[in-house]
Design a protein around this ligand. Structure first.
Ligand code: PMP
Length: 344
């Protein structure tokens, strides 16, 4: 009989899938790493597992302890599913702007969700920050993973995501493209792929080029933190989990282009994925277009791996809702999606 002992044993080992339609006119091979096939439905299962196991090893998290983290989404699910197996409680703090659906998912896994008002100053005792700090002080055995600063986030990608991509491409990957939120994915995976390809640097393939992607307006591409709607990526500060020395380049993508591509991935590639996936694929296609223009022969040999962090299920009332898209001007009733040529 072949079975997993627990669902958390199924984290990682996600497949690469070739993109076939959105890549029309491009000769590079573009492979999507489909992270929604993790058991919690996102790439964040990887960091959750590693952060918890490292905290157990260091003694920061003890039997019967409680995990306290300000998170409203994917990281919470990952932490909750690992915590359940190991007998920890989870308390997640999220602002009231987070949809009820997302909070209900965390509660369904057995986590306690504390909702804080969005419209108060950070120093207010009821703010997101004040409440999570207070819970951390007051709950006995509380431990905060702090995904923005925890080095085990990038480490999990150095140990799993990077080696999986290297092995599945037989060491032929030439470019790695991923969105940047905490920066853990690009830092850990990119660092591994740089290291793994260093040995072939003088040969044909050269060093893997690591390309970070962020929403237009976010700090990574030189913005000031201006608001954007794509979720899970972009910041208004520089997290410690991000090493700016790793990406060779950052490409900024607008919400409109991100969401248009997200819809195309579902409709044309049968990949129902989230908005940061559409963002990353848009950047991968722009990169492929540039390679094509610069050196068609090299472009034909390029193997571009683009990481798709999560599923589209969590965005049905946003990206996949015509009224929501129209309310932001992302959809023209007569013409469908109005993002224009995403390769421009
Ligand atoms: N996309 C989504 C949907 C995410 O939740 C995250 C994690 N914040 C990312 C992309 C970016 O990953 P990272 O935090 O590793 O930079």
């Amino acid at each position: 009989m072949r079975y997993a002992t627990h669902v958390s044993d199924l984290v990682g080992h996600t497949p690469l899938v070739k993109l076939n339609t959105v890549t029309a006119g491009l000769s590079a091979t573009i492979l999507a790493k489909v992270e929604y096939l993790n058991p919690g439905g996102s790439v964040k299962d990887r960091i959750a597992l590693k952060m918890i196991e490292a905290a157990e090893a260091s003694g920061e998290l003890k039997p019967g302890g409680t995990i306290v983290e300000p998170t409203s989404g994917n990281t919470g699910v990952g932490l909750a599913l690992v915590a359940q197996r190991k007998g920890y409680q989870c308390v997640f703090v999220c602002p009231d702007k987070v949809s009820k659906d997302k909070r209900d998912v965390l509660a369904a896994y057995g986590a306690r969700v504390v909702v804080t008002p969005t419209a108060v100053a950070p120093e207010d005792p009821n703010s997101y920050y004040s409440v999570s700090d207070r819970l951390l002080r007051e709950i006995p055995g509380a431990w905060k993973p702090n995904q923005y600063a925890n080095p085990n986030g990038p480490a999990s990608h150095y140990e799993s995501t990077g080696p999986e991509i290297w092995a599945d491409t037989d060491g032929r990957v030439t470019h790695f493209v991923a969105g940047v939120g905490t920066g853990g994915t690009i830092t850990g995976t990119g660092r591994y792929l740089h290291d793994a390809s260093a040995a072939r640097a003088d040969e044909d393939g050269g060093r893997v080029r690591v390309v970070g992607v962020d929403p237009a307006g976010s700090v990574y591409s030189g913005g000031d933190g201006r608001p954007y709607l794509v979720e899970g990526v972009g910041e208004d500060f520089w997290p410690a989990a991000y090493d700016p020395a790793v990406p060779d380049e950052i490409i900024a993508v607008t919400d409109a282009d991100s969401f248009a591509m997200t819809r195309r991935l579902a409709k044309e590639e049968a990949l129902l994925v989230g908005g940061s996936c559409g963002m990353a694929v848009t950047a991968a296609l722009r990169l492929a277009r540039r390679l094509e223009d610069e050196d068609p022969q090299a472009a034909a040999k390029a193997v571009i791996v683009v990481l798709l962090p999560d599923s589209g299920r969590g965005y049905m009332s946003k990206i996949f809702d015509d009224a929501w898209m129209r309310s932001y001007g992302f959809l023209d009733a007569s013409q469908g999606v109005t993002a224009g040529d995403v390769l421009r």
